[in-house]
Design a protein around this ligand. Structure first.
Ligand code: OAD
Length: 231
């Protein structure tokens, strides 16, 4: 089976009703990330940080995967599909995809503030000050904040190197190190960028721009790739 690597960003979940970050109504137009998504914010005002992630977790529980998420799970019938997502939502999982690496963490999980290997599922939407890990320390959202290392970046680099086809969906490619992953892509791999505002990435060879919303562009491309393999 050929390997397709998919790199997703907030745009793939936009049509499920989850805000992106940098579009006109994006989260970083409403909040300063330094105040809600950084270690300094957590030290200064942990309740504000908790509220921010609780609000987003609550919203996530109210929405569903959209046709783009489902099309990627369908693609597994014909290809090995390895998803690297910058999203902290679980919409790829809920759509049925099986190989997913969360570069920026998972909002429905909590982790210990003294031992990063202690990770727990959050029941419902709320994580509270006073919720403790088994070592007695405060739990925090299991997400990567600005200024923190991205633990899985080396693994993601290895995954990108394994690609025969790459599909990038709904990301502004502004946040490093995720934005730099494409430079590790084999030059022979065919690459597709699906985003209504897709721009040429001049350093990336073999790149096809698909200026569509994910719910249209992804199912169309999945159909095309699946029918090619059937020929
Ligand atoms: P951005 O908000 O930076 O970019 C979203 C992209 O999605 C833009 O290029 C939009 O054009 C595109 N888009 C919007 N609607 C779409 C649709 N219906 N279909 C397809 N594309 C659409 O979000 P990311 O690139 O994911 O990190 O942001 C990267 C990281 O920045 C996030 O993971 C988050 C944020 O700060 C952390 O919190 C660590």
């Amino acid at each position: 089976m050929k390997t397709i690597v998919v790199l997703t960003g907030a745009g793939i979940s936009a049509e499920s009703g989850i805000s992106t970050f940098r579009d006109d109504n994006g989260l970083w137009r409403q909040y300063r990330f330094e105040e809600v998504a950084s270690p300094e914010a957590w030290a200064r005002d942990p309740q504000l940080v908790m509220d921010f992630y609780n609000m987003r977790r609550k919203q996530l529980l109210e929405v569903s995967p959209n046709p783009a998420h489902y099309a990627l799970s369908e693609l597994e019938k014909k290809f090995r599909v390895r998803i690297i997502t910058q999203n902290v939502d679980d919409l790829h999982e809920r759509a049925g995809s099986t190989e997913i690496l969360h570069l920026h963490g998972e909002i429905r999980k909590a982790r210990s503030t003294v031992d990063e290997d202690l990770v727990y599922d959050i029941k419902g939407w709320e994580l509270k000050l006073g919720d403790l890990c088994e070592k007695g320390s405060q739990l925090r959202p299991h997400v990567v904040w600005f200024g923190e290392p991205v633990p899985h970046i080396m693994k993601a680099t290895g995954i990108i190197r394994s690609a025969e086809i790459i599909i990038v969906i709904g990301t502004s490619l502004k946040v490093y190190p995720a934005a730099g992953l494409l430079q590790y892509a084999p030059s022979s791999a065919v690459k597709y960028l699906i985003d209504p505002k897709a721009m040429p990435e001049y350093h990336v060879r073999n790149l096809h721009l698909i200026r569509e919303k994910a719910s249209v562009g992804v199912p169309d491309l999945v159909r095309e790739l699946s029918s090619e393999i059937a020929k």
